[in-house]
Write a protein that binds this ligand. Structure first.
Ligand code: N01
Length: 552
């Protein structure tokens, strides 16, 4: 239910009658909730605006069948309060969506954060007023607040995207996007269902939909390398045992490459004998989840080593899928292992052995149109009762650019990022003072355990704001030179790896017309964290800190 602004500790009002606040946070997922907690503790007047009908962010929207995290539960949870860790009982190795959403609701209640959150309110514009040194925050209905600081906690994968197929809106049946799933669930019993897309969301939902539907047809553009999750219920006492290791485990996550302490093999695949390669690959496959990324040190930097891993997964696909032609269609051939976000699945390949499941390769027979009765490919007409779009997101920049953000001299972020996103440390942009991005482009974000990265950013941003307030700094802004140097560094590091050579949402390739740039930072979570800490220790090197206009 939507709550109002009544409880907000507001100091005064703007000319629009909207509250004048210290900080506005956009989004109430993991980032927004933790920001609200930290900034309120700092003594700031804070308001969170959330487009959804409740807290949860990604986990509020992505309720498709099979939605589940692929980072282990204990690592995909806040670490800022010991009692919170001890009081919450994760029951499975990988938590399902409803459990994570329940956890986030628990966090909102436990820390009394709801009073700071305005639900059902989509921020559409942010305008910097240089004279007043504040941001004006607007929705479609008008100005809702002004604030000294705005923090975008809008998520990296929150702008759901349905491709613009001809006739898309003519379909008479039901359509769904995995990232915007009906709250009451969907009963596919007896239906002919189409799923378009075989990324992580498709891969998690396809086996469950196949079990419910009369007939499932999967439209695949790019086959993926799917590792098994080997999810299981945590044995009694196991969670408690894991919690006991929590401080060490979390420290290890913070210092690690992916923000989660995968058991990294220090050896390069090319330096191992074929027997050792095979033994290692089987061992990592048996671990499940994202462990395969860590099976050799050079998987994402050496094409030869990568091929060893990729061939291993290809053989696994052939071993499971009984029809060799279907197995061939499911086998990735046009990209290297791990350079598209590696999906983790349960019974994914097994599902294609079912009588009621058909796989269509849209490269061979492209989708020509959505019709009133179903989907037309270059080969035939399919009739469906429901179409599920598992077609992903305008990643990393989509949710930010959906807001009309205007900084100094009215410059819009859309103009600034026309050739690709530019942000110092992935946190702040030159020309946009006092605006912070949580897990923005140019930070490890989507290449990491998001919760580790979110906590690091929120802590860093909170410290930066505290620093500014203690010193009477009115404008906290990335310098153009520091931003340019960081963007260059992000790009250089990316090109040491195989990532930029693959079409993926990491590079914007899934969105027609989007600039092709490898957006996240692949320098590793631990190294990035240290770098950010050094910047802060050097009085925020690379930022221009300015006294209030009235004082300067
Ligand atoms: O989206 P995706 P997602 N015609 O972009 C296809 C996180 N996540 O929602 O690869 C036909 O990965 C597209 O094909 P191609 C995770 O970070 C995590 O699945 O572009 N097909 C692809 O197959 C993940 O990576 C979990 O050629 C079209 C699919 O649609 C990210 O979210 C679970 C098409 C989109 O896949 C996004 O995953 C779920 C077209 N015109 C998500 N356009 C966990 O397990 C697109 N496709 C934690």
């Amino acid at each position: 239910m939507a709550n109002t602004l009544d409880h907000s500790p507001v100091r005064d009002q703007t000319k629009h009658g909207a509250p004048r606040l210290d900080a506005v946070i956009v989004g109430a997922g993991f980032s927004g909730l933790y920001l609200a907690y930290r900034l309120r503790k700092l003594g700031l007047s804070v308001r969170v605006f959330e487009a959804g009908g409740d807290v949860g962010g990604t986990w509020y929207w992505n309720r498709y069948p099979g939605a589940r995290c692929d980072i282990e539960s204990l690592d995909y949870a806040f670490s800022f309060e010991r009692e919170l860790i001890d009081d919450w009982n994760w029951t499975e190795r990988y938590a399902k969506q409803s459990d994570i959403l329940a956890y986030l609701n628990h966090v909102a209640d436990r820390f009394d954060l709801r009073r700071l959150i305005t639900l059902d309110t989509r921020v559409t514009a942010l305008t910097y007023d240089e004279g007043a040194e504040t941001w004006t925050v607007a929705t479609a209905a008008g100005v809702v607040a002004s604030a000294t600081y705005v923090i975008m906690a809008t998520g990296c994968l929150s702008a759901a995207r349905i491709p613009d197929f001809p006739g898309r809106d003519t379909f008479a049946g039901a359509t769904y996007h995995t990232g915007n799933w009906p709250h009451g669930g969907v009963d596919f019993a007896g239906q002919r269902v189409a799923v378009i897309g075989t990324g992580s969301s498709g891969i998690q939902s396809i086996p469950i939909i196949a079990e419910a539907a009369a007939q499932l047809t999967v439209f695949q553009r790019t086959p993926n390398f799917v590792a098994p999750a080997w999810n299981h219920v945590l044995a009694e006492g196991a969670a408690a045992e894991l919690r006991a290791q929590y401080p060490t485990r979390r420290d290890a996550n913070r210092a690690s490459f992916f923000g989660v302490d995968l058991p990294a093999n220090p050896k390069n695949a090319v330096d191992c004998s074929p027997d050792e390669q095979q033994e290692t690959l089987e061992r990592y496959w048996a671990m499940g989840g994202l462990a395969m990324l860590a099976c050799f040190a050079d998987v994402i930097i050496n094409a030869e080593s990568n091929k060893i891993v990729a061939d291993f997964v290809r053989a696994k696909i052939r071993a499971v899928v009984t029809d060799p032609e279907v197995a061939q269609r499911l086998t990735p051939t046009n990209h290297t292992y791990g350079t598209k976000r590696p999906p983790v699945g349960t019974d994914y390949y097994e599902t294609y052995n079912r009588e009621n499941v058909e796989l269509i390769d849209v490269n061979a027979t492209p989708i020509e149109a959505i019709t009133p009765t179903g989907i037309r490919t270059s080969e035939r007409d399919f009739a469906f009762d429901s179409i599920v779009y598992a077609t992903g997101f305008d990643a990393m920049t989509g949710a930010l650019l959906a807001v009309d953000i205007r900084g100094v001299d009215g410059q819009s972020l859309r103009e600034k990022w026309a050739a690709g996103p530019r942000a110092y440390l992935g946190i702040a942009c030159a020309g946009f003072p006092n605006l912070f991005l949580v897990t923005g482009p140019g930070s490890p974000s989507v290449l990491s355990n998001m919760v580790t990265s979110i906590e690091q950013h929120v802590d860093w941003i909170t410290d930066a704001i505290a620093h500014a307030r203690e010193r009477g700094i009115a404008r906290f802004e990335a310098s153009r030179a520091a931003e340019d140097a960081w963007v260059e560094h992000v790009n250089v590091v990316a090109h040491y790896t195989l990532y930029p050579h693959t079409d993926s949402w990491y590079t914007g390739a899934n969105i027609p017309g989007k600039p092709r740039i490898f957006m996240p930072y692949i320098g590793g979570v631990g190294a990035y964290r240290e770098h950010c800490a050094k910047i802060a220790a050097k009085e925020y090197e690379g930022f221009v800190l300015t006294a209030p206009a009235s004082v300067a």
